[in-house]
Design a protein around this ligand. Structure first.
Ligand SMILES: [Zn+2]
Length: 225
């Protein structure tokens, strides 16, 4: 189950346009796209074959659907998130299936109504998000709260305190907070402006970031294949 959720996060972050770590983000195009999708899938299952350009285009559509679920959860619209996941389960025909191969013990796979690579993974990702949404872990699907970043994550920290997609974004926010605090120590200028009001996008976070609790953790299974 961890594997399909990991893949869902990777597909969204790789294939949906927006902002990443303070910069505009455009998904890879041309031959880079199938390679990127293959890498995302292999983060969950190493023996996944390479995807074609057509399949990569289909995965881009799947990723948009997955992002909508993360966005809804992050906005507190859990009902909407649940409806989106139910739609994905229905359209992919997701069904659990016990498999046994390559000397592994029996384990659960999630198949689609038909056995194409894209539908199978879409069914698996939808099921993974369904399990998270249907449990106490539902609030752990997140969208990065750093300025100019909308990459998604699943919070696997013990205290469920993760707010950023990456250490890169965490460090950006910490640096901005540090600078804002330092400006706060300087006496106001002749106009009397409060220094904190002069900062714009890189404004200080509402609460200090704890170095220990906010650090994103990668599970062993989530590492690159
Ligand atoms: Zn981020």
């Amino acid at each position: 189950m961890d594997a399909v959720v990991t893949v869902a996060v990777r597909l969204v972050n790789m294939l949906t346009a927006g902002e990443a770590h303070g910069r505009p983000y455009a998904p890879p195009e041309g031959s880079a796209r199938p390679a990127a999708v293959t890498a995302a899938l292999r983060a969950g299952r190493r023996d996944t074959r390479e995807v074609s350009a057509d399949e990569a285009a289909e995965f881009a559509a799947v990723a948009e659907g997955l992002r909508a679920v993360f966005d809804a959860v992050a906005a507190g619209r859990t009902d909407a998130a649940a409806r989106l996941v139910n739609d994905m389960l229905a359209t992919t025909g997701a069904r659990p299936h016990l498999d046994r191969h390559d000397g592994e013990p029996w384990h659960l796979h999630f198949h689609g109504a038909e056995d194409s690579l894209v539908t199978g993974w879409a069914a698996g990702c939808a099921t993974g998000l369904a399990v998270v949404l249907g449990s106490d872990l539902r609030g752990r699907l997140g969208v990065c709260t750093a300025p100019r970043c909308d990459r998604v994550f699943v919070d696997t920290s013990r205290n469920a305190t993760r707010r950023f997609c990456s250490t890169s974004c965490q460090n950006r926010v910490k640096t901005a907070a540090f600078r804002a605090a330092r400006r706060g120590c300087v006496s106001p200028g002749p106009t009397g402006d409060h220094p904190l009001q002069m900062s714009t996008a890189e404004q200080a976070p509402r609460t200090p970031v704890s170095r220990r609790t906010a650090r994103p953790r990668r599970s062993a299974r989530a590492g690159p294949a």
